[in-house]
Design a protein around this ligand. Structure first.
Ligand code: ADP
Ligand code: MG
Length: 494
C-alpha cells in the first residue's frame, strides 16, 4: 500500500515514443499544468501570461516552454514561478523542472542561457518527512507513514499577505486560531463561506502553510471538492478504495475547498461523511470552504450539513473601501510600484465586490504599462477597468464638485472652505455638500473635512436644508438638478 502517492499523477507517457513523443508529452503535461494554474489565477492573467506559452517538449522530466519575450520571462519568474513549479510537481512529481526559450524571429529557439534563474519545481510546497530528507527511492514506500506527501498548497497564500479588514477579520482570526492549534480548538470543522473572489481559498491555504511552516503538524493536504470527487471515482474504478480511505484517514489536517460542488454527488458525499467522522474522532483538523452558508446548500445530505455546522462557521464579506485600498496598495507595492492616489481611487471605486477582479485590473495595468511603454495614469486605468469589467465609473472628487458649484454660482472657490457666513456662500457650500454626499462614496466626516474642517453634523444639516428647499422651491430645485447633471456629465458612465 502506498499511502503517500495518493492522489496519483496520471501516467502521461504511456504509449509515447521518440522526439514526436517528447512534444506530445510536453503538450499534455502543460495542459494539465494549465488546468491547475487556472484555479489560482484570474481569467485576465491566464490570458495575458499563460495562453501565449507554447510547450515544446518534455525531456527527462524537463518541460521546455516557448515564451514571447525576455520581459515575459522576467514577469513569469517574478510572479508565477512558485505557481508553475507547484503545478509541475503535482503533474510530474518532485524531480520535474522547467526551461524557457524566448521566441525569436529566426527559427532556432535558444533557451535562456543567460538567466541563472530557471524555474525549478523544488520551490513548490511539499511537506518534508521527519529528519528533513527529501530524496526517496521507490522502495521507501514501505515506510509510507514517514514519507512526504504532496500538500497541493500554493506557497503564495499566507496570513502575512492576507490583508485584514472588517469584512474578513472574523474568518481570519478563526483561521489563525486553527492554524496555531490544529485539531485542538472547538473550531472543528472550521467552515469559511463567502462569495467569489473574496479570499476563501487564500485563507484556507494559509492555514495549511502556517501549520507546516510552524511545525504544528506534518500531514496536511489541500484539495478541492471536485478533485476529491474525481479521486474517489477513480479509486472505485481502479479498485483502490482501501488505499484511498487509508490515505485520507492518515492526514493531520484535511482542507477541502468549495464543498458546494459535492451537491448531488451522493456516493462521494457518503464517503466524505465517513472520512470526516474518522478524522474528527481522531481529533484531526478539518477545514472547509463554501460559497454560501451550509444550511443554504441544496443537494447535500442533511447529516453532512449538520456535521459541517458542528464546528465554527465564519463568513467573509465583500471588502469595504478601506480594505480594497489597502489590498491594492499592498499588491502594487509587492510589484515595486506605488500607484498614484487617483489611479487607486478609480480602481477601488469601480471594482467593489471581487478581490480577484481587483488583482486582475492591477496585473493588466502593470502589464500594459510595460508592454506598451505607457505611464500608469487614470486614462490607462480607465481603459483597463473597461476591458476587465466592461464599464468605468469615473470617480468624482469633492474638489471637482466644489469647483463646478462655485463656477456656476460665480463665487470664489476657496470661500466654500472658509469660515464666512455670508448667505450666498453658505448657500453654495450647502449645495456642494449635498452633491458630495449624493455623488461620491465619501463619508460625512471626509466631506466635512474638505469644507474647512467642518463637523459631520454640519454636512447632515446642509443635506437636509437642500432637500427641504428642493421640495418647496422649484427654482432652487432646478439649480440643484442642473448642477448634478453638469457634474455627472464630467464623470459619465461609459
Ligand atoms: P475565493 O476562493 O473566495 O474565490 P481567493 O482566495 O481565490 O477567493 O481570492 C482571490 C484573490 O484575491 C487571490 O489572489 C487572493 O490572494 C486575493 N485576496 C483575497 N482576499 C485577500 C486579502 N484580504 N488580502 C490580500 N489578498 C486577498
Ligand atoms: Mg476559491
Amino acid at each position: 500500500m502506498d499511502l503517500q502517492s495518493y492522489p496519483k499523477p496520471d501516467n502521461l507517457f504511456e504509449g509515447l515514443n521518440g522526439a514526436e513523443v517528447d512534444k506530445e508529452a510536453g503538450e499534455k503535461v502543460w495542459k494539465e499544468c494549465l488546468a491547475l494554474i487556472s484555479r489560482d489565477v484570474n481569467t485576465q492573467s491566464l490570458k495575458t501570461w499563460f495562453e501565449p506559452i507554447i510547450p515544446i517538449s518534455l525531456d527527462a522530466g524537463k518541460l521546455l516552454l516557448k515564451i514571447p519575450s525576455q520581459f515575459f520571462y522576467d514577469w513569469l519568474e517574478e510572479h508565477y514561478s512558485a505557481l508553475i513549479s507547484a503545478a509541475l510537481t503535482q503533474v510530474l512529481g518532485n524531480s520535474a523542472g522547467v526551461e524557457y526559450a524566448v521566441q525569436e524571429d529566426n527559427p532556432e529557439d535558444s533557451p535562456l542561457p543567460s538567466s541563472p534563474k530557471k524555474l525549478r519545481s523544488e520551490e513548490s510546497s511539499v511537506s518534508k518527512p521527519p529528519g528533513g530528507g527529501s530524496t526517496m527511492s521507490p522502495l521507501a514506500s514501505v515506510q509510507s507513514a514517514q514519507r512526504a506527501i504532496q500538500t497541493f498548497l500554493s506557497p503564495r497564500y499566507t496570513f502575512d499577505n492576507f490583508i485584514k479588514g472588517d469584512s474578513n477579520q472574523f474568518a481570519r482570526a478563526a483561521a489563525l486560531a486553527v492554524a496555531n492549534n490544529p485539531g485542538g480548538t472547538s473550531f472543528n470543522p472550521l467552515l469559511i463561506y463567502g462569495g467569489v473572489g473574496l479570499g476563501k481559498t487564500h485563507l484556507v491555504q494559509a492555514i495549511g502553510n502556517h501549520v507546516l511552516n510552524h511545525g504544528k503538524a506534518k500531514r496536511v493536504m489541500y484539495i478541492s471538492s471536485e478533485k476529491f470527487t474525481v479521486e474517489f471515482v477513480d479509486a472505485i474504478q481502479t479498485d483502490k478504495m482501501r488505499e484511498f480511505s487509508n490515505f485520507y484517514r492518515s492526514l493531520d489536517i484535511l482542507i477541502v475547498d468549495d464543498i458546494q460542488f459535492f451537491s448531488g454527488k451522493e456516493k462521494t458525499q457518503d464517503n466524505f461523511f465517513h472520512t470526516f467522522n474518522a478524522l474528527h474522532q481522531l481529533g484531526k483538523q478539518i477545514v472547509l470552504s463554501c460559497d454560501k452558508p451550509p444550511k443554504e446548500l441544496r443537494g447535500l445530505d442533511d447529516r453532512l450539513i449538520s456535521r459541517f455546522q458542528s464546528g465554527l462557521i465564519a463568513d467573509i464579506q465583500p471588502p469595504d473601501l478601506e480594505t480594497r485600498i489597502a489590498i491594492l496598495r499592498k499588491k502594487s507595492m509587492d510589484d515595486g510600484i506605488e500607484l498614484a492616489q487617483d489611479v487607486i481611487e478609480l480602481l477601488v471605486s469601480n471594482v467593489t465586490s471581487n478581490i480577484r477582479e481587483l488583482e486582475g485590473c492591477l496585473i493588466t495595468l502593470l502589464a500594459r504599462a510595460s508592454l506598451e511603454n505607457k505611464e500608469i495614469d487614470v486614462e490607462l486605468a480607465k481603459d483597463v477597468v473597461r476591458s476587465v469589467i466592461g464599464e468605468v465609473r469615473t470617480h468624482v472628487t469633492i474638489e471637482e464638485i466644489q469647483r463646478t458649484v462655485c463656477d456656476y454660482l460665480s463665487i470664489p472657490e476657496d470661500l466654500v472652505r472658509a469660515k464666512t457666513r455670508k448667505q450666498e456662500i453658505v448657500n453654495a457650500r450647502q449645495m456642494a455638500m449635498y452633491l458630495c454626499k449624493e455623488l461620491t462614496n465619501c463619508s460625512l466626516k471626509t466631506i466635512g473635512l474638505h469644507f474647512g474642517g467642518r463637523d459631520h453634523s454640519t454636512v447632515i444639516h446642509a443635506y437636509q436644508t437642500v432637500e427641504d428647499l428642493s421640495k418647496t422651491d422649484p427654482k432652487y430645485r432646478s439649480i440643484v438638478q442642473q448642477l448634478r447633471s453638469k457634474i455627472e456629465m464630467r464623470a459619465p458612465l461609459h
